[in-house]
Write a new protein. Structure first.
Length: 433
């Protein structure tokens, strides 16, 4: 398949980014790269079944409307009257091959008036298959916005319950006339901080590489349900950039809430491939809360790739109280790898204000991994009280059920609290009866 074919397939798919909400998909954000991969997989399965006739007509801008009309009538087997009614959109959407669907629409939109777009999109909406054919729906909206964005927006505001259509239309409008699109968005909503149309504007500005202006509009948003999807749109841009570029952008954000969210998400993304650069950046963060969130994200991402590297970084570069808090995210993996060595490492942080929480985390993970001796051996380091008594009893009981001889041998050479000893004796006596 040639480059033009791939472009024509991918082009409408890129419009279905992470900002999609409402009835069209769900309140969760759609991953545009996942949609593209799925469509290409489907294309690979079906495109070989396309006829040579279809191949000749795909993705050509030099065809007359009559040629396109004749080809669609032949391809989807409809009457001329059906074509005149709604351009055969219902039959086109029933085709299995996404390359053919996209190609037919691409040829159509090159020859359509604004009224034609109104006809075809109205017919498309009536099919109630927008979710199943989201790329094609985006393709039509995007093309309509190129010739008459105001008409496209008027239609979507009257007929769509979500703002998805407006977002696609605005992303197209920004590409062709950014000043007009910006003016429309500013006048479309009374409160700039809660303006849902800003998401589409940011999408278009980002696609055009105007990150600075897109960021300005992002920081004007105050409503979290709009702010977060808009942030995700911008973050997708940085997923393809180098680590330094993405983190430098975060440094320039003024809004603390946005800065915290952006830091968390980009650290998780970049740490998978470049943890050392991310670590250096995290160390430089001045805001304590953002630094803590970012360090947590780094540790979680890093431990999946290089557990010893993550632990070494914590020991060498992170203040004690931060280190103790972040070490909890490593406990499961460290306990599985080396329960006794991890216990010793935990004790090196006993002067931390959070040491008791870290110790509780260690005991929990050791017990889950059935390292009952390691869990019990560290329980005496907990401050005396209900939690210590409960953990002694629970872990001994679990060990006793697994291996009575080993559990009893440990008990004869180790002391537990008086309350725990009473409970353990009851467990042993119950088993003896």
């Amino acid at each position: 398949m040639n480059k033009n074919t791939l472009f024509a397939i991918a082009w409408p798919l890129t419009l279905t980014g992470a900002f999609i909400t409402g009835k069209i998909v769900s309140t969760k954000h759609t991953n545009s790269s996942a949609i593209i991969k799925s469509a290409k997989k489907e294309e690979g399965l079906n495109v070989n079944r396309s006829s040579s006739s279809n191949d000749r007509f795909l993705f050509r801008k030099d065809l007359t409307l009559n040629e396109i009309k004749a080809h669609i009538i032949q391809t989807v087997q409809i009457s001329e009257a059906d074509f005149e009614a709604n351009f055969g959109i219902q039959k086109i959407m029933q085709l299995d091959d996404p390359a053919i669907r996209s190609g037919l629409l691409l040829n159509l939109v090159e020859n359509m008036s604004s009224d034609d777009f109104l006809t075809i999109i109205s017919a498309f909406d009536a099919l109630n298959i927008t979710q199943q054919r989201l790329p094609e729906y985006s393709q039509l909206l995007y093309a309509w916005a190129k010739i008459n964005p105001s008409a496209a927006l008027d239609y979507s505001k009257k007929n769509e319950s979500s703002t998805f259509a407006e977002q696609v239309i605005l992303s197209s409008w920004v590409k062709n006339n950014p000043d007009a699109a910006i003016e429309w968005v500013r006048n479309a909503h009374d409160l700039p901080g809660t303006n849902p149309y800003t998401i589409g504007l940011i999408q278009g500005l980002t696609q055009e590489g105007n990150i600075e202006l897109a960021t300005e509009f992002l920081e004007d948003l105050t409503h979290v349900k709009i702010q977060h999807p808009a942030l995700d749109v911008l973050l997708e841009n940085f997923h393809t950039k180098d680590t330094e570029t993405g983190l430098a952008w975060v440094d320039k954000l003024d809004n603390p809430s946005l800065k915290s969210s952006a830091s968390l998400k980009l650290v998780e993304h970049y740490a998978k491939e470049d943890p050392h650069t991310v670590a250096t950046w995290v160390e430089s963060i001045e805001n304590r809360e953002i630094k803590l969130f970012s360090a947590h994200a780094l540790t979680r991402a890093w431990d999946k790739e290089d557990l010893s590297g993550a632990k070494k970084w914590l020991d060498s570069n992170v203040p004690l109280d931060f280190r103790t808090i972040m070490a909890r995210s490593l406990m499961e993996e460290l306990v599985i790898e080396d329960p006794h060595g991890t216990a010793q490492w935990v004790q090196t942080m006993q002067r931390s204000n959070d040491h008791q929480n870290l110790l509780s985390s260690y005991i929990k993970e050791a017990s889950s991994a059935q390292h009952f001796e390691a869990a019990l051996s560290q329980t005496h380091n907990l401050q005396r009280g209900h939690t210590q008594d409960t953990l002694y009893t629970q872990n001994f009981s679990s060990w006793f059920n697994e291996n009575q001889q080993e559990a009893l041998a440990w008990l004869t050479t180790n002391q537990v609290s008086e309350t725990a000893q009473t409970r353990i004796n009851e467990i042993i006596e119950k088993e003896a009866k």
